[in-house]
Design a protein around this ligand. Structure first.
Ligand code: MD6
Ligand code: FE
Length: 217
């Protein structure tokens, strides 16, 4: 019996498609039910509002962020780390929505990765023109668990650099409802997001969200 989250009905018109880009990079098109996810983001961010964070260099992030789940990623003058409480409220982060956990599980099963329960969920919000600079994800205690990310709203070009030296990036177009997994060697690859562009066919769409699900501890 199909439930709300089986791949068959996560999208109104098409099945998910798994694209294996090699080295542990998987792009799953149309896996996440966008409206359900956006509703969950709105509930989480009523409790833990989006905020720009201070970087260790004393700048503020362009992208606004929030978190849910047992641990949230934070940045301030003393560095980057995971925290069990929101520095704005000193309260635990909101619960990680079961909808996100179900997408994570479906993504791991479809790509034959071991299923595990993420303990951290960072939500990024981009307005048109914003980017995410090239970085590696290395604030987690155990750095080999895959990272599963969900893209919502405006599309993004996600760039992955397979080696540390300057080389041509792999460009992945992430559209509304797509899931990207960095596992295996790619878990450690530098990556970034090109400036978010407006969608001329959907002029009222002004925002991109990205949700990353990970094991932080
Ligand atoms: C973004 N994502 O798509 C930023 N990192 O807005 C990331 O930095 C990221 O999507 C590791 C694994 C998956 C990701
Ligand atoms: Fe990242």
């Amino acid at each position: 019996m199909a439930d709300l989250f089986t791949p068959e009905i996560t999208s109104t018109n098409a099945q998910p498609a798994i694209i294996d880009l090699g080295n542990g990079i998987f792009h799953i098109k149309r896996l996440a039910p966008s409206q359900l996810c956006l509703q969950q983001i709105s509930e989480v961010t009523e409790l833990a509002p989006f905020r720009q964070m201070m970087t260790p260099m004393g700048h503020t992030t362009q992208v606004s962020m929030s978190n849910c789940g047992p641990y949230g990623w934070v940045s301030d003058l003393s560095g980057y780390r995971y925290r069990a409480t929101d520095p704005l409220t000193q309260k635990p982060w909101p619960n990680l929505p079961v909808e996100f956990l179900q997408i994570h599980k479906n993504a791991c099963e479809l790509t034959q990765l071991p299923t595990f329960t993420p303990d951290a969920c960072l939500i990024n919000r981009y307005h048109i023109g914003l980017t995410m600079g090239r970085h590696q994800d290395k604030d987690e205690k155990h750095k080999n668990w895959p990272i599963v990310s969900i893209s919502l709203g405006l599309s993004a070009v996600f760039q992955i650099y397979p080696t540390q030296v300057n080389c041509t990036p792999i460009n992945v177009l992430l559209e509304d409802g797509d899931v990207l997994i960095l596992s295996g060697p790619a878990r450690h690859y530098p990556h970034g997001v090109k400036p978010i562009k407006a969608d001329l066919l959907q002029p009222k769409l002004l925002t991109r969200y990205n949700i990353t699900l990970r094991r932080s501890q």
